[in-house]
Design a protein around this ligand. Structure first.
Ligand code: PLP
Length: 392
């Protein structure tokens, strides 16, 4: 029986791989999970009451693109956060950014670029859906190192001109998962200028935008507006999963130029799974409220300060600018994760599970990713055990 070839080289997803690596071994202490990027701070108190008040909404098909009230709560948030106006018809509600990042590639990637197979750029390491999206549309994924040498963001401008001319879409993630790097306004402006020169779109995954240490990370919508960029160059994704500690709500949005949005919405009308109406009502309230976001960010900031103290003096330790991961250098990520689990019960993700080998180099191999999602005291204990076991 025939099956598609284009996914045959996909590695297993990171978490089954991790279970295969660790689960045959007993933990060396009380288990502490620092693997998955699942927020564990409290969800906002208004979730339950709003859901209860809107239960009848489960009895109807929800509007595909988002209710007018939700879209206007989102445009209000964008205006407050980035100082730009995005009309509601340039927005669409998502079931979380993951499906949006995938489906936008299907809606927007042309069959050919410059008469050849289109290229989709992505940082390496990266959030794995970008690669699957590229493969789905028959494009060539090009994995661009995002390492210490490039400030942990990809240097797309360094690619050869013949590759850049074939680029249809470029994914960028800021704050970056896993490295925690934050793209500056200058970085984003240069990327937009590159996109203009080589005629491609930038797909900005900004789902960690509200979790930052010193200052709110700049957003692509704001940079595009400031430089008067063609709105069709820019497709931006945001989520309530991290911002509002609601990963189970499955709620986010995409903002794009009018032509791109028309195409994204049309595809969704045929094949999408719109967000249930009661959940859209909850999402509307979450975009309108900052108090719960500020409170959650303060908890992350306290944990980052703990991490700075625990790893003070460790060579290669870098305080991330945003997101909630530490990206720690080790000799070999798999070996370190296994040792840590067997000796202490702390569970972390080998960096190579988030990256691809290119030209014999895997830029994630010498790292582990550590999620600071548990309560502060548990996180402190996990980090101290990690320091003593791996760097002691
Ligand atoms: C970089 C990045 N993008 C997107 C997502 C998807 O998040 P969601 O679909 O919950 O919005 C995640 C989740 O972990 C992520 O780390």
């Amino acid at each position: 029986m025939a099956f598609p070839e284009r996914f045959s080289n996909l590695p297993d997803y990171a978490f089954p791989r991790l279970r295969k690596l660790l689960d045959a071994h007993a933990p060396g202490g009380e288990p502490i999970a620092m693997t998955i990027g699942e927020p564990r701070h409290a969800m906002p108190e208004f979730v339950g009451p709003i859901l209860a008040a809107n239960l009848s909404g489960f009895g109807v098909y929800p509007p595909n693109d988002g209710t007018p009230e939700l879209l206007s709560a989102i445009s209000g948030w964008i205006a407050r956060r980035y100082g730009v106006t995005v009309a509601d018809d340039r927005l669409m509600a998502l079931n979380g950014t993951r499906e949006g990042l995938f489906n936008a590639c299907i809606a927007l990637c042309p069959e050919t670029k410059a008469g050849k197979t289109p290229v989709v750029l992505m940082p390496n390491p990266f959030y794995q859906v970008y690669a699957v999206a590229a493969l789905t549309v028959g494009a060539e994924p090009v994995y661009v190192p995002a390492t210490a040498a490039t400030g942990f963001l990809p240097d797309y401008g360094s690619l050869p001109k013949d590759v850049l001319d074939r680029v249809a879409l470029a994914y960028i993630c800021s704050p970056a998962n896993p490295q925690g790097a934050v793209a500056s306004k200058e970085y984003l402006a240069d990327l937009l200028a590159l996109a203009e020169r080589h005629d491609f779109k930038v797909l900005a995954d900004e789902c960690y935008s509200e979790i930052w240490r010193e200052a709110p990370p700049p957003g692509l919508l704001q940079v595009a507006a400031a430089q008067g960029a063609d709105p069709e160059r820019v497709v931006v994704f945001h989520s309530l999963s991290k911002r509002s500690n609601l990963p189970g709500l499955r709620s986010g949005f995409v903002a794009a130029g009018p032509e791109s949005m028309g195409r994204i919405r049309k595809l969704r009308a045929f094949a999408g799974a719109p967000l249930p109406l009661p959940l859209q009502r909850v999402a509307e309230a979450a975009w309108a409220d900052e108090a719960h976001v500020d409170a959650s960010r303060a908890l992350y900031q306290a944990k980052f300060r703990d991490a700075d103290a625990i790893f003070a003096g460790l060579q290669g330790y870098r305080a991330p600018g945003g997101g909630f991961f530490l990206w720690l250098p080790v000799e070999d990520g798999e070996a370190a994760a296994l040792k840590l689990w067997r000796e202490t019960g702390v569970r972390v993700l080998p960096g190579a599970y988030l990256s691809r080998e290119v030209g014999g180099e895997n830029p994630g191999r010498g790292y582990i990713r550590v999620a600071l999602v548990a309560p502060q005291e548990e996180t402190q204990r996990g980090l101290s055990r990690l320091r003593d076991c791996i760097y002691g």
